[in-house]
Design a protein around this ligand. Sequence first.
Ligand SMILES: [Zn+2]
Ligand SMILES: [Zn+2]
Length: 112
Amino acid sequence: MPRPFRCRHCGLDIPADAPGTSHRNHCPSCLWSRHLDDATPGDRAADCGAAMEPIAVSVRGDGEWVLVHRCGGCGELDLNRIAGDDNPLLLTRLAVRPLAQPPFPLELLARL
Ligand SMILES: [Zn+2]
Ligand SMILES: [Zn+2]
């Protein structure tokens, strides 16, 4: 059984049951996570334990959004399903961030 935990980043007390996923592994308010799992979600095999920053949103083939977390301790990247009560404003901000900072002038697209 997943246990409730306190977010190390924003201090929120997080109930273990999350709508839409069986393994809540990040804070629904600030989206930060901790490096606890190794290979499989919920295995709690990693002994790193450092804070993981949400750095991007990706979309799976079926349209499901996944959060990309980067561990501040060991640098590992992790993909995590979003939960039904994740902060929609922060999710949207992550999703549009690359468009706000394009590596080339967006006017180029008009000439393609
Ligand atoms: Zn938090
Ligand atoms: Zn780590």
